[in-house]
Design a binder for this molecule. Structure first.
Ligand SMILES: [Zn+2]
Length: 281
């Protein structure tokens, strides 16, 4: 299992990768820049390339996460332009760091006409990717249903990818907390897996945000809980994390860090639980 966590880039990209490995991770996620704004970062390409080199040597997989204000459904043209420029910047950084992609939320639209909202999302995706030559993909993340049900179903994710001009540059990131909170996943992983397979979702799934949920299935509230300390529960999470379909994917913890300000303890606890409960092959 390629378990890891979100890590800070306070000391740079290579140091972030080293921290990820030091706490027992086999994968990690980072914010390529300040997560609270859309400003463009003039990053240090040497640091980024050292990160890529280190990850290669250590067989670490990484993903980047776009800043919080990266709303693909932003209707205001100036804001949409800022989102596009910021995501292009994120993709460049991710490419230099050797990451497989940049996670971006599906988007929240204020349009009364939902179709108009989906059109804006498609336009934004097309603008971001029109001249993108790199390997890093945009990884669209399913939402928890807070405020809007937009972006909570496999159908929408698969459709938006298909309708985009460059679907080959788009993949998915599945957040387990959001899937549960939105009511997409009610605990029976087998039936959800079957549905995703029928829709072709898993072919393009590249990462898991591995979070338990403070709130119950269908409550539409996005609050991550540590492994087994939320409403999804260990048994359901075990079923998901041992699915052969997900075996090679990075599993990223986006929960609160422990007393040492890292995810070391949670990574260890999950590995131990997996060892004790995995059915012998
Ligand atoms: Zn997430």
């Amino acid at each position: 299992m390629r378990l890891g966590s979100h890590v800070s880039i306070r000391k740079g990209y290579r140091e972030a990768a080293k921290t990820a490995a030091a706490i027992g991770g086999r994968s990690f996620q980072y914010f390529p820049k300040n997560p609270r704004g859309l400003s463009i970062k003039a990053f240090d390409p040497r640091d980024a390339e050292q990160c890529a080199q280190y990850c290669k040597e250590q067989q670490l997989i990484s993903i980047a996460h776009s800043p919080y204000p990266s709303n693909l459904a932003a209707a205001d043209p100036a804001l949409q332009q800022a989102v596009v420029a910021s995501l292009k910047n994120d993709l460049h950084i991710a490419e230099h760091c050797g990451s497989i992609g940049v996670v971006v939320h599906f988007g929240k639209s204020k349009e009364e006409d939902l179709i108009k909202g989906y059109r804006i999302i498609l336009d934004t995706l097309n603008f971001v990717l029109e001249d993108w030559q790199g390997e890093a993909k945009l990884l669209i993340e399913n939402q928890a249903g807070e405020g809007t049900m937009m972006g909570t179903t496999f159908e929408e994710l698969v459709q938006i990818r298909k309708l985009a001009e460059r679907p080959e540059k788009i993949g998915f990131c599945l957040d387990t907390c959001h899937a549960f909170a939105s009511g997409l996943w009610k605990g029976d992983w087998g039936s959800l897996e079957q549905k995703g397979q029928e829709l072709g979702y898993f072919t393009h799934l590249h990462a898991i945000h591995f979070n338990d949920s403070v709130y119950g299935a269908g409550e539409r509230k996005d609050r991550h809980a540590p492994f087994g300390k939320g409403r999804i529960g260990k048994a359901n999470l075990l079923e998901l994390m041992t699915s052969p379909l997900l075996a090679d994917l990075p599993f990223i913890l986006e929960t609160e860090t422990g007393a040492d300000r890292t995810h070391r303890a949670e990574i260890q606890a999950i590995q131990q639980y997996l060892q004790e409960n995995r059915e012998p092959l």
